[in-house]
Structure formats: C-alpha cells, structure tokens
Design a protein around this ligand. Structure first.
Ligand code: CAA
Length: 304
C-alpha cells in the first residue's frame, strides 16, 4: 500500500535557483503552503521575482489559469531573518537547498532537530554529500546514535535531489541514509510524485547515481579543453549534435555553477579516493578566479 505524504506545510531553506524551484513546484503541483527562508533578503527577492516570471509564463502558455497562478503564489510566504529556522517549527517537512558544504549542512540539520517538530521529515537537496553524515548531525546532544531518541531523530532524514531547472526537469533522486526509516522514504517519495516528478532511488554513495556519472563526464570535457583537444564550442557542439544532449558539457557546467561542480567533484574524490573523480586543474583555477558560470556572468562562456 502506498503511503500518503501527509505534508500540510513545507519549509524550504535556501532561495537560490534550486530552493526557489522546489518552492514553486511544491506550491503549483503539490499545492502545499510553503515557507521560504534564506538568510539573504536579496536572494529571497531574486527568487520570488524569478517565480513570478515563471508563473506569468505558465499563464501566457495556457498551462495555468490566472487564478491558479495567483493561488500558487499566495501559498508561498517568507520566513523573516528574526524568526530564522524557528519559523519552520510547525512544518511537516523541510527541504534544505543551501550550498554544498558538509559543516554548513550539519549545523543546519542540528538546528532543525532542535527547533522543528520531532515527527517532521528533514530532507536535503544535496547533490553529493553523505546523507548518513547529515542524519547523524540530528542526534540530540547527550544522546547516543543507538538511543531511542538518536535513532528516531536520524530516521527522518532523507535525500531528495531535484534537478535544475526544477520546474522543467522531470526527475527527483531519492536517497536513503543508513538511518532513514521506510516511512520517511515512502512519504518523501509520495511528496516528489505530488510535485509531478518521476523518482529514482540511489544508495547513499558519493554523488549518488546522477553525479557519480555526470561529474566525470563534465570533468573529462574540461580536461579536453585544457589539453587543447578542441575549442569550447566544438566540444559542446560534438555532444549536442552528435549525441543529442540538450546542452554541451561546458555549457552544462556553467549552468550548474562551476563552484558547485567543483564542490561535488571534491566530495566524490574525497569520498572514494578514486582518481577518476579528481577535479581538473582548470576547473579549480576558474573557481579560484571566481568564475562561477551563468550565475555571475563568467564561466566557459560569458553571460549578460
Ligand atoms: N528556470 C525555469 N525554467 C527554465 C529555466 C530556468 N532556469 N531555463 C529554461 N527554462 C525553461 C524555459 O522557460 C522553457 O520553458 P517553456 O517550454 O515553457 O518555454 C524551457 O525551459 C525550454 O527552454 P528554452 O527553450 O529557453 O531552451 P532549451 O530548449 O535549450 O532548454 C533547458 C533549456 C531545459 C535548460 C535544456 O537546455 C536542458 O534540459 N539542459 C540540461 C539541463 C540539465 O541537465 N539539468 C540537470 C543539471 S544537474 C543538476 O541539476 C543536479 C546536480 O546535482 C548538479
């Protein structure tokens, strides 16, 4: 028997491209009230203005009526900086979509465990970081991982990996930590389905299925460029027209964000010690130069 998601209110932490997209599909497709929080008010403003643009486009293309778009937009409210994570105290599930840093996520999940209801599902949109390590950070202070409280707290942590652009990409990768309960997994899956997504399941290995395959491919393309095998355009065109990829690998790296690609590759390399995951020197240098791709206007290509 399939379990219903039972999410009456959702919290989304992080209003970047992923968090905004997750908030939008949750409000439009799953039709749940969403509380959105980001410590940067500027980021929230940008995220909401992107959402307004995308909703207006959906109306103009006849995918939503004016009324449906307005109802969806009204479901999204912002949690102030004063309230912070405490603003999520009554949600049934929270999805964290902040940058790819283990210490940052550990500190956030420890606060989730302290501030949120004990039965709330704690999901992370991480692209590669160990869900098992994140889950361990929710064990209450003074408790052991084997205590009832420790097991219960970690059992509600799950990986719910959306893809960019979230409103367009049809997949969510569902990742179970060692500690995740069957109920948490089933409810998280049901929620992703309610958001209109297909779900695949991956074990909690570095990069899961998606990035364990995608990142070596992107990295190999960067090394092709580094070695002077071909120009950036010819590398991308080869994959676009020769293999029918929607974007070439260098365009895709810019789209994901070069800092994010590097962070994922470092997690893969550190987590496996396998040289096939070693980030290329050029990628490292481009991130050192603060060339992050589309998000700040300069990557392998230039953007206005
Ligand atoms: N946000 C929301 N919608 C967007 C968007 C964005 N950032 N960018 C494009 N779109 C929408 C467009 O508005 C358009 O919608 P309509 O059909 O309603 O008009 C649709 O996507 C197609 O866009 P375009 O016609 O402008 O351009 P396109 O045909 O080249 O498609 C694309 C754009 C969908 C991004 C396509 O190039 C693509 O699929 N690229 C590959 C994306 C990909 O691989 N994403 C996964 C990255 S990995 C990841 O996210 C996870 C990770 O762990 C790193």
């Amino acid at each position: 028997m399939s379990i219903a998601h039972g999410i009456r209110t959702l919290g989304v932490l992080g209003a970047g491209q992923m968090g905004t997209g997750i908030a939008m599909v949750s409000a439009v497709r799953a039709k749940v009230p969403v509380l959105l929080h980001d410590r940067s008010a500027e980021q929230v403003k940008k995220g909401l203005s992107l959402m307004d643009k995308l909703l207006a486009k959906d109306v103009s293309k006849g995918r939503l009526t004016n009324e449906e778009a307005k109802e969806a937009r009204d479901r999204v409210s912002v949690v102030s900086n004063e309230a912070g994570i405490r603003g999520f105290r009554d949600v049934d599930m929270v999805i964290e979509a902040v940058s790819e840093s283990l210490p940052l996520k550990q500190s956030i999940f420890s606060s989730f465990a302290a501030e949120l209801r004990p039965d709330a599902i704690l999901a992370t949109n991480t692209s590669s970081i160990s869900i098992t390590k994140i889950a361990a950070s929710t064990i209450p202070e003074g408790q052991s991982a084997a205590s009832e409280e420790g097991k219960k707290s970690a059992s509600r942590v799950v990986g719910l990996h959306f893809f960019n652009p979230v409103p367009v990409m049809k997949l969510v990768e569902l990742i179970s930590a060692l500690q995740t309960s069957e109920e948490t997994l089933a409810r998280a899956r049901a929620f992703a389905v309610a958001c209109g997504k297909e779900v695949t399941v991956s074990k909690d290995v570095p990069g899961f299925v998606s990035n364990a395959l995608l990142m070596p491919f992107i990295n190999e393309a960067i090394m092709c460029l580094e070695r002077g095998t071909a120009t950036r355009e010819d590398i991308d065109t080869t994959l676009k027209l020769g293999m029918n990829h929607p974007m070439g690998p260098l365009q895709l790296a810019d789209f994901i964000g070069l800092d994010t690609c590097l962070a994922i590759q470092q997690t893969l390399y550190e987590g496996t010690r396998d040289s096939k995951y070693r980030p290329s020197v050029l990628l490292q240098q481009m991130v050192d130069a603060q060339w992050y791709g589309r998000k700040n206007g300069k990557g392998f290509y230039e953007y206005n």
